[in-house]
Design a protein. Structure first.
Length: 146
């Protein structure tokens, strides 16, 4: 009973925190995409579904949350400038076999690069050790956002 109460409290707290952060977000990045596969961001694996990615402030992390607010994560990123013309809103994933890792989030004016997680770096090392040279290179998967 106590575990259920703690889980409920944690779930409600996370939802409230994400709502407050989202409400305080500036008019920067705000993209929504339906991702058809499970994927990893940092240390957390998220299920397939519809997600919103927003900036908290111009120099802070991104917040990614599921449509029903049951899943969420803060993402530390590095800012990237669009090349010549505005980039379309897109989420870019690095794919290794059947594993997907969030790599970049693009709004219409700039992008945010997500660092490789410890899990992804370890996967690359293992693939290099067991496969031919170049086999550890990922395939990029683009998901259009709006």
């Amino acid at each position: 009973m106590r575990k259920q109460a703690l889980r409920l409290f944690f779930g409600v707290s996370l939802s409230v925190l994400l709502a407050v952060v989202s409400a305080g977000a500036n008019s920067g990045l705000n993209v929504k995409a339906t991702i058809p596969f499970d994927f990893t961001v940092g240390h957390k694996t998220l299920p397939a579904g519809t997600y919103t990615v927003e900036t908290i402030n111009s120099n802070g992390p991104l917040v990614m949350r599921s449509e029903d607010c049951t899943q969420g994560i803060f993402i530390m990123t590095g800012a990237m400038q669009a090349k010549r013309e505005p980039e379309p809103a897109t989420l870019i994933f690095r794919k290794y076999g059947d594993l997907y890792f969030l790599a970049e989030v693009w709004g219409y004016d700039a992008g945010h690069q997500v660092s490789r997680s410890r899990t992804e770096r370890q996967l690359i090392r293992e693939r290099r050790n067991h496969l031919a040279k170049g086999a550890a290179e990922p395939t990029l998967v683009y998901i259009a956002a709006n």
